[in-house]
Design a protein around this ligand. Sequence first.
Ligand code: BT5
Length: 326
Amino acid sequence: MSDVTIKKEILQFFYGNENEYISGEDIAALLGFSRASLWKHINKLRLDGYLIEAVPHRGYILKSTPDKMYEYDIGIGLNTDIIGKQKIWHYESLKSTNNRAYELAEKGEPEGTLVIAETQTSGKGRLGRKWVSPKSGGIYFSLILRPEMEFDKVPVITLVAAVSIQKAIKKICGVDAGIKWPNDILIDGKKVCGILCEIKAQPDMVDFLILGVGINVNTPLKKLPVGATSLKNESSRSVSRIKLMRQILTEIEKDYLKLKKEGFTPLREECKQLSTVLNKSITVKEHHHVFEGIAKDIDEKGALIVKKKDGSLKRVFSGDVCRGRD
Ligand code: BT5
């Protein structure tokens, strides 16, 4: 059994016996380890930051957990088949989880592989912009997907991921967030999450896709740019990053499989319902072209349909949108 599996089994046992002393003998027997191996792995968990007390004649008790996104901890109770079920690469610090995931995907790592960092030193937004990724309390991850889709169908994956993350946020934090086409999740107009999808493709087929997600979970507002917010700030309580992460992986898997089976149509409706721009006056910045209009629809390819001032309809495939005066 690998270290990851052993740590996972021991921790799972503690989670199932919360606030209770459990005898070393019992855990060892139930999990099929020797007491020496159990002791060794309990010490490894302690080094990872889990506060496990040992009291003579009573046994072990888990007093607290570190706020870390360890592979073995995320895996506990994660009921997915693909997403997060391959290796989860966890780092204290990376330049960018997207870059690392891209390297791994080029080496052939399978769909569902996840890269997570506690902080990023060069977190990336779109078009060379930066994603501020402080150590305290954010989630930064990248997921390798190999969707076997035509290139022009891929943009919808960003929108579908936004829908999945919105639902996970609602379930774990009870907060209603909205989706600002194409890649932002906002709460009351403030940005709490950004998505960066990078693709390696042949002329008409996708080799792989890296879905990069940054979320301000418990991040102090003073560490974030103006216009940003955190889930803690919006829900007035600390949020368990690991529970949120498990829920996100669960929702992404459900929606991704639905997308592959049924296409974008059913998810498009959810996406439209959650949109913060539909039927609103907006300003669109598309490459170097800026224009105003009213957002009318999100079409089957994920493009935003904007009614311009002269009454004509324009399909926007990529760009930045901001709300104008309604
Ligand atoms: C995005 O770009 O919103 C995509 C962000 C994706 C970040 C993830 S983190 C894990 C993975 N690895 C990476 O290297 N990246 C991905 P864009 O729409 O271009 O928005 C960027 C803009 O958002 C910046 O110019 C700032 O104005 C703002 N911003 C930067 N950091 C922020 C933060 N932490 N919270 C809210 N807004 C932020």
